[in-house]
Design a protein around this ligand. Structure first.
Ligand code: NAI
Ligand code: MG
Length: 349
């Protein structure tokens, strides 16, 4: 039986996790599937319980699972803790070797009106950024901060580039079959190597087309012509910047899920937003990003497009009916939105 390690975390984390799991359970009843869910303390909740953000038992449970589902961690309560909740996040990413960060940007018909882009430009936007997460300029050595100068080093190996491109090409095969590699090959040596490696990887995916674009031009196109993209593959630094730009065009960070993929072992799925301490306990947290994280997990790890589809359709219906939380100007609560989605799921039985 598929086995999922669930890390609810802090503040709105448990609120949106409970919502998403109730919805997931309702969908399993429709598709006659059965997932084992085991919850573990993580982040501030784990600091309170056992004095550290990533207890050994939590890490062991995560490693043994087929997928890890995380809500969010952190909050002012632990700002002065000797180890902060966020340290647990870095540790689990490192322990699971999560080298690929995948962020979809999708504007469904019901969401077009919330985009800061003109409706004609925003509509049908559906692309994924595959960002390299464990190398590049954020990790390269030497790194030195002097007073008269400073050094950062951008470093990529062929193997690091190859494995992230393979993730991108494989993902493209189940989408629109196009990969755009974003780089600065007119200036950077690492970008030139990305292009060389891409030229050797692409022939292994004959059904996928590929092109290269300079990252600065692409940053412009993400807001002027977002529908031209399917899968974007890029380095750590460029991916960091572009994925925030991409999130902004959907109108709220409360909707976007992410996947972090390891070398072997489970992938980790989580909303891109944090624990939102300012609204914790008020019952108004937007559960959409958490629900979309479940859909992404079902699709990418378990290839259970049926259960994913049941949830996705019910969510889209609910959004289109205008049942939305205050971050979208609605007056739904987390609970009333969850109830509406479950009702839509049960109607498909
Ligand atoms: P945040 O994403 O938690 O919140 C930013 C703003 O967006 C807040 O006004 C919040 O109310 C709103 N917001 C976020 N998610 C929402 C949702 N689902 N529904 C409605 N509104 C939502 O970022 P912030 O405030 O910078 O960080 C808060 C805490 O979260 C910090 O302790 C930070 O370290 C942590 N954090 C954790 C992450 C994770 O668990 N992966 C990622 C980012 C931040
Ligand atoms: Mg960032």
């Amino acid at each position: 039986m598929p086995n999922i390690a669930v890390l609810p975390g802090d503040c709105i984390g448990p609120e949106i996790m409970n919502a998403a799991l109730e919805i997931f359970k309702a969908a399993q009843q429709v598709t006659n599937t059965n997932y084992t869910i085991q919850s573990y303390p993580f982040g501030g909740a784990a600091i309170d319980a056992v004095g550290e953000p990533l207890p050994a038992s939590t890490l062991a449970g995560a490693k043994a699972a087929d997928a890890v589902l995380l809500a969010a961690i952190g909050g002012p309560k632990w700002n002065d803790a000797k180890e902060r909740p966020e340290a647990g996040l870095l540790k689990i990413r490192k322990s699971l070797n999560l080298f690929a960060n995948i962020r979809p940007t999708k504007i469904t018909p019901g969401m077009v009106q919330y985009s800061p882009l003109k409706p004609d430009i925003a509509k049908n936007t559906d692309f994924v950024i595959v960002r390299e997460l464990t190398s590049g300029i954020y990790f390269g050595q030497p790194r030195r901060l002097g007073t008269a100068d400073a050094v950062d080093t951008s470093h990529y190996t062929e193997a690091e580039i190859k494995r992230i491109l393979e993730v991108a090409f494989t993902m493209a095969q189940s989408r629109q079959k196009h990969v755009t590699v974003l780089d600065k090959a007119n200036v950077l040596a690492t970008s030139k190597l990305w292009r060389q490696v891409a030229a050797t990887v692409a022939p292994n995916y004959p059904d996928v087309t590929m092109d290269f674009e300079y990252v600065d031009a692409a940053a412009m196109k993400i807001v002027s012509n977002p529908t031209q993209f399917d899968v974007i593959a890029t380095s750590n630094l460029f991916g960091d910047i572009l994925s925030d730009e991409a999130a902004a065009i959907t109108g709220s960070i409360g909707t976007i899920p992410s996947e972090s993929r390891g070398i072997a072992g489970p992938n980790l799925y989580e909303p891109i937003h944090g624990s939102a301490p300012d609204i914790a306990g008020k019952g108004i947290a937007n559960p959409i990003a958490m629900i979309n994280s479940v859909v992404m997990m079902l699709t990418n790890t378990f290839h259970d497009t049926q259960t994913a589809g049941v949830i996705q359709n019910a969510l889209n219906q609910t959004i289109e009916a205008g049942t939305l939380t205050p971050d979208f100007g609605g007056n739904a609560t987390t609970t009333s939105m969850t109830t509406a989605i479950i009702k839509a799921i049960e109607a498909t039985k």
